[in-house]
Design a protein around this ligand. Structure first.
Ligand code: SF4
Length: 670
């Protein structure tokens, strides 16, 4: 844990005034990255690199969807060599997109590719090592010998890159740190940073600076902490290389988008990041429109309303600590983060309306049942309910309405700041107070002391909303105010893609900082259509039913954000790689198959990987792993331990379920 104000202050330009972190400009072919350039969009092919036609066609679709750099895997010398043909065919079709060779384990493939493509990506965890996944001990001398061995293996590639003007990404993955790094730092953000910097130092010794860095993890919190730490460490060593942002193995569909937006968005909010890849377990042409939406949010961000600057930050941005709060009505204290459903724009009419937020009325038993995603509070605004609500669902109403009905129904009032100023009710009454940072003054602070059972509903109208709400958080900490806080964001005229990405960033980015005891999203006009792509072609799957109600969409999304932030687990978690030319089975189909059989297993984490490069390490974070290990061959893991090796893909899902059963983590679907 780093706990030094001077260091803490320095991971971005400002926590209150948006500006992009200025990095060194690096040319990837003819498209420069970093410096004053816009946030670049990139993605990776999933085809077999030896299949030139399929790779060229897929690359073209990706470029048409807005992708500015295309990465292609080169697992061995023959794939590396075939990049030449792919490049030639693309140029023939008029596509000059810079290509990036993705390398794991094979320096000789990297050395071929570096002469052909515009950039090579190496993974410092496995470039010169075949990882043994053992707990090895390295004393100082042995560590130095290892570094010398790496220098010898890595130097030829650096020299080729220098000679050919090829750029290089040194891309650390949380799951595949080398045994050497693990021995000294463990699988920590600091280990991730050191893993990359060992290689950067070698580059600099050889006067090679055409470098981009990344720190990926499937856990957005770890990923955000690692990037921040990387910036600090780079500053200490007078480096300022551009950063490639991504959440690895994010999965697909809604969950993949939420997880990616949470990690990538949290960094973009602070002006960090020069290029992004949203990796989804979907065809890669679906990735760029999402990445573009995320990046475009920051185009005019510097025009935001001013936020009071802060000198000393009262949190450690490299270490998660949840804000200490007093429990009020099941909110705050040690409770999970609560979900508030907004029915302010929709009157409740029948029992079935509540199915959208996880409550199901059973006529036979005259009882309510709830699922894992049942919201905790319902906001009825100016309305009341025509029927009794389930016991577990608490009601919030606007103050004026609450006063009228308080004798008849149990509910809690929501007061605006003026109503709170005039309020002189019972000091034990639980009240919700809607306010933003500009309304939070000494008078409010004094009055809060009289009403310890008040819950703050914090919103913002600032374009730089996360920063303003975080500034509020800092003041609450500095002033020792422990009332629970509901994070509320209001959006207007958004579509389904935007709302997922924006809310995941705006709420998730604060939750991973330790802020928030509840989440609430209000949307005035939700456009139930999929992405409005500014590109000439639209490649977006309709994975969500358009006829779902706004309340249902928001409810599922809020639970998804809490799951991605690891703040409240309500479903099975899939750590699924996006697949690439190394994948030897149909990853999308298999992920779907596994999902169908296991999605009722709340809290179980299943990793589904096309190959082993990020396998066991990433599975430090998963309970079970399903990993490709040859053509139609699967290896199954429990944690990092191999349980079945190289079994036929045809029965592998059944075997996975057997392992879960033997481990007593199986329940029958209801
Ligand atoms: S884990 Fe998946 S995306 Fe990563 S290299 Fe293996 S197959 Fe490709």
């Amino acid at each position: 844990m780093i706990n030094n104000d001077k260091i803490i202050k320095n991971y971005c330009n400002s926590l209150t005034e948006y500006s992009r972190n200025r990095t060194r400009e690096v040319f990837i072919g003819n498209i420069p990255l970093g410096g004053n350039n816009p946030i670049r969009i990139q993605s990776m092919t999933t085809t077999d690199t030896m299949n030139t036609k399929a790779t060229v066609e897929q690359t073209i679709r990706m470029v048409d969807a807005g992708c500015e750099y295309v990465r292609i895997t080169a697992p061995s010398k023959s794939e590396a060599q075939n990049l030449e043909l792919i490049k030639k065919e693309l140029r023939k079709c008029g596509y000059n997109v810079p290509l990036i060779a993705d390398i794991h384990f094979t320096p000789n493939a990297a050395e071929i590719a570096a002469r052909i493509v515009e950039k090579v990506r190496i993974n410092p965890g496995n470039y010169a090592d075949r990882k043994k996944f053992e707990n090895l001990e390295f004393n100082n001398n042995e560590y130095e010998i290892e570094l010398e061995r790496i220098r010898e293996k890595f130097t030829p590639l650096v020299k080729i890159c220098k000679e050919y003007g090829t750029a290089m990404r040194i891309g650390t993955n949380h799951g595949s740190l080398s045994d050497r790094i693990m021995s000294r730092y463990g699988d920590t953000p600091l280990g991730m940073v050191e893993s990359a910097l060992e290689f950067v130092r070698i580059c600099e010794e050889l006067s090679y600076y055409n470098i981009v860095l990344s720190m990926k993890s499937s856990n957005p919190q770890v990923m955000v902490q690692a990037y921040r730490l990387l910036i600090i460490k780079m500053k200490e060593e007078k480096m300022n290389y551009p950063l490639h942002l991504g959440v690895t193995e994010a999965g697909g569909g809604e969950d993949g988008r939420i997880k990616s937006a949470l990690g990538i968005g949290a960094l973009l909010e602070d002006g960090i990041g020069d290029t992004i890849r949203v990796s989804l377990t979907e065809d890669p042409e679906f990735e760029s429109p999402i990445a573009i939406l995320l990046a475009n949010r920051y185009k005019n961000r510097q025009n935001h309303l001013p936020i009071k600057p802060i000198e000393n930050i009262p949190i450690d941005p490299f270490f998660f600590v949840k804000r200490d709060t007093t429990e009020v009505e099941g909110i705050g204290g040690h409770n999970v983060i609560r979900v508030i459903s907004d029915f302010g724009f929709r009157s409740l009419k029948t029992f079935s309306d509540l199915a959208d937020i996880g409550y199901f009325y059973d006529e036979l038993t005259d009882k309510w049942n709830m699922n894992e995603m049942a919201s905790d509070y319902i906001y009825l605004g100016q309305n009341s309910s025509p029927f009794d609500l389930p016991n577990g669902l608490k009601i919030i109403q606007d103050f004026e309405i609450w006063k009228k009905f308080k004798e008849n129904i149990k509910s809690y009032p929501l007061l605006n700041i003026n109503e709170f100023s005039d309020f002189n009710g019972n000091c034990e009454q639980t009240i919700f107070i809607n306010l933003n940072y500009n309304e939070f003054d000494e008078k409010v602070i004094e009055k809060l002391k009289l009403y310890p059972s008040s819950i703050l509903v914090i919103g913002t109208q600032n374009l730089h909303g996360l920063a303003e709400m975080r500034r509020f958080y800092f003041d609450l900490l500095i002033k020792n105010i422990s009332n629970p806080v509901i994070l509320k964001r209001s959006y207007n005229n958004v579509n389904l893609e935007e709302i997922r990405l924006f809310a995941s960033t705006d709420l998730g980015g604060l939750i991973i900082e330790g802020f928030g005891d509840g989440v609430w999203v209000e949307i005035e006009n939700l456009n139930n259509s999929e992405i409005d792509s500014s590109n000439s072609k639209v490649y977006v799957k309709k994975y969500i039913k358009i006829n779902e109600s706004k309340e249902k969409i928001i409810n599922r999304m809020l639970f998804g954000i809490l799951q991605a932030a690891r703040a409240r687990i309500s479903k099975t978690e899939y750590i699924a790689c996006p697949s690439c030319g190394r994948t030897l089975f149909d990853l999308q189909e298999t992920t779907e198959k596994i999902r169908k059989r296991t999605e009722h297993l709340k809290g179980v984490k299943i990793a589904i990987m096309g190959c082993i490069v990020n396998g066991p390490g990433e599975m430090a974070d998963a309970d079970y792993g399903y990993v490709g290990s040859g053509i139609d061959k699967i290896t199954l893991y429990k944690g990092k331990e191999i349980i079945k090796r190289n079994i036929s893909a045809s029965g592998a899902v059944d075997s996975l379920i057997e392992i879960i059963k033997e481990d007593n983590n199986w329940i029958e679907p209801s």
